[in-house]
Ligand binder design. Structure first.
Ligand code: NAD
Length: 265
């Protein structure tokens, strides 16, 4: 329970829009259980508070912060509040992400810009502000949550999601190289089919797969996974934990696939 002992983490997207455990919520709680002090950041303050409450209820240390991480001013406030609370930022975990169904013909311009802002610009802006803090501290670990959709077709037209997550992978790798000598590691986790609120509430997906029947969608999609089941937020959280901890101290620029074998099929 002390794999992140002494570290302070900022988990972005640490709320969860529906029932169950989103990737960011599970990650914030997992980091805290391993000894990290955690800033739970989300556009939905009540959701971030709920995650921080869970951590405090388990005897951990956490603060909840509201931010729209597509805005630099909001990120400045997050960095300031995290440093005020914990004095340092050792780990940045970027979990925000939205998926809208549609190919290039269907997606309108405003939606294209919105998805790229949330999925890609957020990582650029958070890293822009957190890397200088890590440089001053002598190192740190950044984990960007991408998706297997960044490297393969998933069966659903998701033009903005595919492209924004692919760009996030490359931003991760090039940033990893640039800051490697400063001991700042930058890695990506590529989850496959996870049972989280984002997917469970994606009406477009459900309709595409099973005429609006969400449970039937899960059954059909799980049957495509070699392990025969979808993953959970905890599986993403444990991958992020490894990358956040010193156990991965010689690992940077990695795309860590967590998908039950899906991409190999
Ligand atoms: P989720 O919707 O449960 O969590 C995302 C959180 O981000 C929400 O709490 C939301 O309020 C917050 N958020 C959205 N926009 C924001 C903004 N502008 N500023 C601050 N917070 C904002 O989603 P999830 O399923 O847990 O997904 C988390 C990450 O995992 C995403 O990047 C997603 O693309 C990725 N992912 C998910 C799956 C899956 O199957 N669920 C698969 C691959 C990758």
């Amino acid at each position: 329970a002390d794999r992140l002992k002494g570290k302070a983490a900022v988990v972005v997207g640490a709320g969860s829009v529906g029932p169950g455990w989103g990737n960011g919520k599970a990650t914030a709680v997992t980091f805290a259980r391993e000894g990290a002090r955690v800033a739970c950041v989300d556009i939905n303050l009540a959701a971030a508070e709920e995650t921080a409450e869970i951590i405090r209820g388990e005897g951990g240390e956490a603060i909840a912060l509201q931010a729209n991480v597509t805005r630099l001013a909001d990120i400045d406030a997050v960095v300031e509040a995290s440093l005020a609370a914990f004095g340092r930022i050792d780990v940045l975990d970027n979990n925000v992400g939205i998926a809208e169904v549609g190919g290039v013909v269907e997606v309108d311009e405003a939606e294209w810009d919105r998805v790229f802002a949330v999925n890609l610009k957020s990582a650029y802006l958070t890293m822009k502000r957190v890397i200088p803090v890590m440089e001053r501290q002598g190192g740190g670990s950044i984990v960007n949550i991408s998706s297997v959709a960044s490297i393969r077709w998933t069966g659903v037209p998701y033009a903005t999601y595919y492209a924004s997550k692919a760009a996030l992978n490359h931003l991760t790798k090039t940033t990893a190289v640039q800051y490697a000598a400063q001991n700042i590691r930058v890695n990506a986790v590529l989850p496959g089919l996870m049972k989280t609120p984002m997917v469970a509430h994606s009406a477009g997906l459900a309709a595409t797969y099973a005429d609006g029947d969400v449970e039937e969608m899960w059954r059909r999609r799980a049957s495509q996974v070699p392990m025969g089941r979808q993953g959970e937020g905890w599986d993403v959280a444990n991958a992020a934990l490894f990358l956040a901890s010193d156990e991965s101290r010689y690992v940077t620029g990695l795309e860590l696939i967590v998908d039950g074998g899906l991409t190999l099929k």
